[in-house]
Design a protein around this ligand. Structure first.
Ligand code: ATP
Ligand code: MG
Length: 1055
């Protein structure tokens, strides 16, 4: 998690952690965090403690995994003992701080599996046993977090395991880096560039069956996500003399043997080769074309596959093998045989002339002068070396082309330097001189970067430093490379000077210039005793790694690396694309001498040093346990020697005397500030003060750290380790907080939106209610105003202002009048006093009441109103129709009331016309003169009518006997009149129920029927499917609320 991001979000949240150190125990950590978090931390701490303690208790058996923890850290023997102990337990890796010491086991240990990679991925350096994967992972993660460049310097003598180590690192990155289709492609190319380079640049030597005969520096480029996106290879000084000559027991470069042994029949035929290495003089000089540990056939397949994955074109591959084959043929040239010129695309005759003649400038003319046999052999070998050497350079360029990352975005790199190790043979020549000089330079770099720079830095930072004596090999580097004075300068001078310069004159010059130098002796310069160990043509250098005696034979030739001009011109005519490329026509004219090999090498090493100096260094020191490539054999003398010359003791002393870790205050504070509440999220003061506050909070003891001018120095890795662990835990805590914050932020957003919506709805609703209220009040005000105005103008003639008021007065009067009508017609005195406006009407009312409208009529209408007003839909329409006494055309004497009805059968609901007659005590249903049913008023339980505009009434009859008829379902056009009369006659007032929906009735005791009422477009009466009588009545225009004023007026108007 990026701290800046954490900072932004976690502002205001504080986490505090304390790390306490106790003597004897590495540390304990108490974190004041959430419960789960501290528990997690505790578990992790316990695990680490267990691991550390575990390794401490097991140390008698397996030794110490970090030399820094060695008590006798100044003792070479103690270091050796520890290495041996571990080696015997197959523990080949040991740390000195962050430096990794590796001892070649010469056997498969099963420690490079995918599972092992997974274990080491993303784990703290000191948390697991030392491993090359731990170093690789640490470099990678440091690169990602600090976004800077790094390199891993892998050093050690030939056969110590440098190339293997670099391959392991590359394989680890191939597995651990993020993977996409594109990245996988780059990964494959990076991995497969190895077998190709090894085929062309490695060979079997006495020391190593797969010895790198060139120096290799490979940059792996990573994007900001940590994906490997490209690579670049720099190669250094290929030992091309190997092409034409090999010492006994050694071979030429693998590719020759692979082609001859593994090449397909067709290919060999085309190349004119036989499947027999013995046939080629360049392959049998060391008399060991076959090596048991090398499988040329399968290696050939790997190389072929690699070349196609790296996308070499078929024509280039053909040209490449044609060159390899032509070198083999060249080796067999005897100057009379027909060389296979077609492989190089040059006519045989032209080559023949080129190999046997030399172009000499005589005045303005150029003449060809024939070679002696020796000269011709020399020219042939020179050509073979030149062709192979230049082809190798071409190959590296092609690989770079294939690995190049085209994307220009920012990249960080991890460089892998696998360069030939320090070499001492029985006879050491120019090559060993260059190789050992290279190692000398790297040692100097190592010294500069770790020892010297370490001390200088302490001084610069104002930290007290107890000086560590170390061997500074600058003196030897100067001896070799110093301008005008160094061995290379003398060699170049000798190569370039006119006259008869030989290897011996070169030696004499050396003796002249170097005589008396503490690190240089020759036979002549040596004392009596030493002289015995030196030949006359030898010189001996006292390298940092030990003494090496070089034979000067061949130094001048090898340094000149001359190729006759006319041979170059011949090569330029080649049709082979690679040869053409390697011998360009633009090559500087031979008149100007090319740089000598040694000088070229010197400059390339200067370049390499610059490249490395700009990066953060990491070291892998490889050692071989014995000279015999034997597994399980630990040669004390050999290893002690390596411990010494690899500078391990100095490194260890520095590590122990100094501080294991240092970082600029800004970087340290930036990384660890979440661990202290005062520094999190922002520290206001200087970075140094912030760090001081932080480490105090973390509980660092005074001797655990020192504050420099710009950096903090931490003595023990474990202190840093504990801090880093606390930070790891804290990161999770912070991540959880960020998560919670973010979730909260999102939910809050939702909530705010919902609240806004609710407020809006509420506002609208309240607005609407307020508007309604306002309207109601405005209406009320108007009414009151009108009322007052009406009241004020009540005595004026009817006008707009008083109409309503007067209507109210009238209505009020009529209502009161209804309640207080005189008991008898003759009683005129008790007539309610009318309001003035009713004066004129009163007489009329009295007249109506007394003369032509019996008061019963008014009472009846009043009664009807009290029953049906507001409940039955068609009631308002009945108001204006006066009730009559009876509806029998010829009134009978005894019935009180009679009305025609339609009676619906209780079973089947068939309609039948009947008369409903009320007498004083009963109601009769009569057909013509026949009484169909008699209902005693006493037995009349009630009457049901619907709320709708139909004219149905159901008379509910008390009925105990099954033989008795049940309730009556009737339809009466004068429903209100009939029912009102019934109320009066039966003297029952509250027995009419106005029902909504459905009315249940008794067909006979215990059997029920239903009448359903509903409104519709037209009036319909039918028996519904459910057996109910369905009564559909038309919806009338409602005049509800029907106020009594209108009712009375309506009624009165009628009369
Ligand atoms: N970690 C290892 N596990 C098993 N075997 C190893 C390991 N490292 C090296 N070897 C063995 O040692 C041999 C030599 O190793 P390597 O080629 O890496 O040496 P080198 O240091 O590169 O030598 P040179 O300087 O000659 O190139 C390997 O071929 C392999 O057999
Ligand atoms: Mg190697």
């Amino acid at each position: 998690m990026h701290i800046a991001a954490l900072e932004l979000i976690c502002l205001g949240h504080k986490t505090s952690a304390t790390i306490a150190f106790h003597a004897g125990k590495p540390f304990t950590i108490a974190l004041y965090m959430t419960h789960s978090c501290s528990k997690l931390l505790e578990e992790r701490c316990n695990r680490i403690l267990r691991d550390m303690e575990g390794s401490l208790t097991a140390r008698d058996r397996v030794g110490i995994q970090d030399f820094v923890l060695l008590d006798a850290y100044t003792s070479e023997s103690a270091v050796l003992d520890n290495l041996r102990k571990r080696f015997n337990e197959n523990l080949i890796y040991t740390y000195i701080g962050t430096l990794l010491v590796s001892v070649n086991p010469y056997k498969e240990l099963g420690i490079y599996t995918k599972k092992q990679m997974d274990i080491y991925m993303g784990v703290n350096f000191f948390e697991l046993p030392p491993h090359i994967y731990a170093l690789a992972d640490n470099v990678y993660r440091t690169m990602l977090t600090e976004t800077n460049n790094h390199f891993i310097l892998i050093s050690g003598e030939s056969g110590a395991g440098k190339t293997e180590a670099s391959k392991k690192i590359l394989q680890f990155y191939a597995v651990s880096c993020p993977s996409t289709k594109l990245l996988d492609n780059v990964r494959d190319r990076l991995l497969l560039s190895n077998p190709v380079l090894e085929a062309f640049g490695n060979a079997k030597t006495l020391k190593n069956d797969n010895s790198s005969r060139f120096g290799k520096y490979m940059d792996i480029q990573f994007d900001h996500m940590g994906g490997a996106v490209g690579g670049h290879i720099l190669s250094y000084l290929l030992e091309k003399s190997r092409v034409v000559h090999q010492n006994h027991g050694e071979r030429s470069f693998h590719i020759f043997y692979q082609l001859v042994e593994g090449g397909e029949e067709d290919l060999l035929r085309w190349l004119g080769l036989e499947r027999n290495c013995q046939r080629y003089s360049y392959l049998v000089q060391g008399e060991c074309a076959k090596v048991s540990s090398v499988n040329d056939k399968s290696d050939w397949k790997t190389v072929r596959k690699a070349l196609s994955v790296i996308e070499f074109s078929e024509s280039n591959i053909e040209s490449l093998f044609a060159i390899i084959a032509s070198v083999l043929h060249l080796g067999n040239v005897t100057f009379v045989a027909d060389s296979q010129g077609y492989l190089l695309g040059i006519p045989a005759q032209v080559i023949q002339v080129g190999l046997t003649h030399r172009k000499i400038e005589a005045r303005s003319e150029e003449v060809l002068s024939p070679f002696t046999v020796d000269q011709a052999v020399y020219a042939k070998d020179a050509l073979a070396k030149a062709i192979y050497g230049r082809t190798f350079t071409w190959l590296v360029n092609e690989l770079n082309e294939s690995l190049a990352n085209k994307d220009s975005s920012r990249k960080t790199v991890i460089g892998l330097l696998d360069i030939y190790g320090f070499e001492v043979f029985s006879v050491n020549s120019f090559e060993q001189f260059c190789i050992n000089y290279c190692n000398e330079k790297l040692q100097q770099l190592f010294i500069q970067l770790t020892l010297k720079s370490e001390q200088e830095e302490y001084e610069m930072e104002g930290i007290e430093w107890e000086s560590v004596p170390y061997f500074n090999n600058k003196i030897i580097c100067d001896l070799v490379e110093e301008k005008f004075k160094g061995i290379i300068s003398v060699l170049d001078e000798e190569c370039l000077r006119p006259g008869e310069a030989t290897d011996m004159t070169f030696l004499e010059k050396l003796e002249e210039k170097m005589g008396g130098h503490a690190h240089f002796i020759t036979h002549k310069l040596a004392d009596q005793k030493t002289r015995k160990t030196l030949e006359r043509g030898d010189f001996r250098l006292l390298h940092y790694a030990g003494e090496v005696t070089y034979s000067v034979v061949g130094f001048l030739d090898k340094n000149n690396d001359l190729l006759y001009r006319n041979i170059k011109e011949v090569m330029r005519q080649s049709k082979n694309a690679i040869v053409k490329h390697c011998f360009p026509s633009t090559e500087p004219d031979s008149k100007k001498r090319p740089e000598t090999v040694a000088t070229q090498f010197k400059s390339s090493l200067v370049g390499l040093t610059e490249v490395l100096m700009s990066k953060e260094p990491w070291y892998v020191r490889c050692m071989k346990p014995n000279e015999g490539k034997q597994p399980g054999l630990f040669d004390d003398v050999l290893v002690r020697h390596q411990v010494k010359y690899l500078g391990l003791m100095e490194h260890l002393r520095v590590r122990r005397a100094g501080f294991a870790y240092r970082r600029r205050y800004e970087i340290f504070l930036q990384r660890y500030k979440p661990l202290c509440p005062d520094t999190w999220p922002n520290w206001k003061g200087t970075a140094a003060e912030g760090v001081e506050c932080l480490v105090k909070h973390l509980g660092y003891k005074p001797d655990e750290y020192k504050m420099g001018r710009t950096k903090i120095f931490i003595r023990h890795p474990r202190t840093l380790f504990a801090t880093e662990d606390a930070f790891e835990v804290c990161k999770h805590e912070l991540a959880t907080r960020i998560q919670a914050k973010y979730k909260g932020y999102r939910v809050k957003g939702d909530y705010m939106r919902q609240r806004q919506a609710a407020t809006k709805i509420e506002t609208c609703w309240r607005g609407m209610k307020a508007r309604r209220e306002r309207e109601k009040r405005a209406w009320a005000v108007k009414v009151i105003k009108r009322f007052i105005k009406g009241f004020m103008t009540r005595n004026q003639p009817a006008c707009v202002d008083n109409t309503e008021y007067l209507a109210f007065v009238r209505q009020n009067y009529l209502t009161r009048l209804k309640e207080n009508l005189p008991k008898t017609v003759v009683d005129k005195n008790t007539w309610l006093t009318p309001p003035p406006i009713m004066d004129s009407l009163t007489d009329h009312l009295i007249y109506l009441y007394c003369v032509w409208l019996p008061h019963v009529q008014l009472q009846l209408k009043g009664l009807t109103s009290s029953i049906f007003k507001g409940t039955k839909e068609n009631y308002p329409h009945s108001v204006g129709i006066p009730f009559v006494d009876t509806r029998i055309s010829k009134p009978h004497t005894f019935p009180q009331y009679s009305v025609p009805v339609v009676k619906y059968d209780r079973n089947g609901f068939r309609p039948r016309f009947r008369q409903l007659i009320y007498t004083g005590s009963a109601a009769y249903l009569v057909e013509e003169a026949k009484i169909k049913q008699r209902v005693e008023f006493n037995n009349l339980k009630g009457v049901s009518v619907s709320t709708l505009s139909d004219n149905f009434l159901i008379l509910h009859v008390q009925c105990e006997d099954i033989k008795q008829k049940g309730d009556l379902v009737l339809q009466c056009d004068y429903l209100f009149e009939a029912l009102t009369k019934l109320c009066l006659v039966a003297n029952k007032h509250n027995f009419i129920k106005v029902v909504q929906g459905s009315v249940k009735f008794d067909i006979q005791p215990g059997r029920e029927g239903f009448v359903d009422f509903k409104s519709g477009q037209e009036t319909m009466i039918y028996r519904a499917k459910n057996g109910h009588l369905m009564v559909v009545s038309m919806k009338l225009k409602t005049v509800w609320p029907f106020n009594s004023q209108n009712e009375q007026i309506h009624f009165l108007n009628y009369y």
